[in-house]
Design a protein around this ligand. Structure first.
Ligand code: GLP
Length: 242
């Protein structure tokens, strides 16, 4: 059963999640964080940078695994999730770059990249705390509707609504890649604690389906109901259809 927390705004949510991550790192200096991209987790990353700044907490041993990556963006593209994670997480938090992994979206090797990534997560001992956003389609990571609830990291085709939503990060909508590599829903469910965040009216349907709807592959977010330790943190607008 998920714990639901309704907060006043993104900053309040970011503060809560950052506090949970700081206490995790104090308990476990080589904690493994599951990192989401998109706009949803940014307040968490900023709050975390505030708390960690000034060397008050040694984070050099903290490890991280991003949820997903586009397939086929040129290396170093500013909107590749590798670049986003470096810019929004690794640098501001002062994490050790080699300890933070992002799936490899190079088309030449992407066939094997999923299995390699699964192996790396297992070798790290699994994810301690997984931050999740949710797409309007109900996707978590890039697991679009229809994704198997048991799926592992693999290549997927992005839906048109998701490509349209993500076009804001690119010069033109056609520049949004057609494919991605994403942790599967099964991968995500192996993390020890899931923290699902959502803000704004546009996420209200996806949150209602995730929290109160039937568990179904047509609403990937609903898979969080299968997890014994899920915390859902939303603002009033995202909670408005609960
Ligand atoms: C993106 C990411 C997801 C993210 C979701 C919501 O495309 N692949 O991991 O949770 O869509 O994005 P946002 O937080 O910007 O609303």
């Amino acid at each position: 059963m998920a714990e639901l927390v309704v907060v006043s705004d993104e900053q309040a949510a970011g503060a809560l999640v950052a506090d949970a991550i700081v206490s995790l790192i104090r308990r476990k200096p080589d904690a493994v964080l599951g990192l989401a991209t998109g706009s949803t987790p940014l307040a968490t990353y900023r709050a975390l940078a505030d708390r960690i700044g000034g060397g008050t907490l040694d984070v050099r041993g903290v490890r991280g695994f991003a949820l997903d990556e586009y397939v086929g963006l040129p290396a170093g593209h500013p909107e590749s999730y590798r670049a986003v994670i470096t810019r929004e997480v690794v640098e501001p938090l002062g994490l050790t770059p080699e300890l933070v992994r992002v799936p490899n979206g190079d088309p030449a090797t992407v066939e094997h990249a999923g299995a390699d990534y699964e192996q790396a997560i297992l070798a790290a001992g699994g994810v301690d705390l997984q931050i999740l956003g949710i797409g309007r389609t109900g996707h978590i990571g890039f697991n679009e509707p229809g994704s198997s609830l048991a799926s592992l990291t693999r290549v997927k085709t992005l839906t048109e609504p998701t490509r349209a939503d993500n076009a804001r990060f690119f010069d033109s909508p056609e520049d949004v890649p057609m494919h991605c590599i994403t942790q599967g829903i099964g991968t995500i469910l192996r993390a020890r604690h899931l923290v699902l965040l959502a803000f704004g009216e546009a996420k209200a349907d996806a949150i209602a389906a995730a929290v109160e709807g039937p568990v179904t592959a047509s609403q990937p977010g609903s898979a969080v109901q299968l997890h014994p330790h899920t915390t859902v943190i939303v603002d009033e607008a995202a909670a408005s259809k609960l």
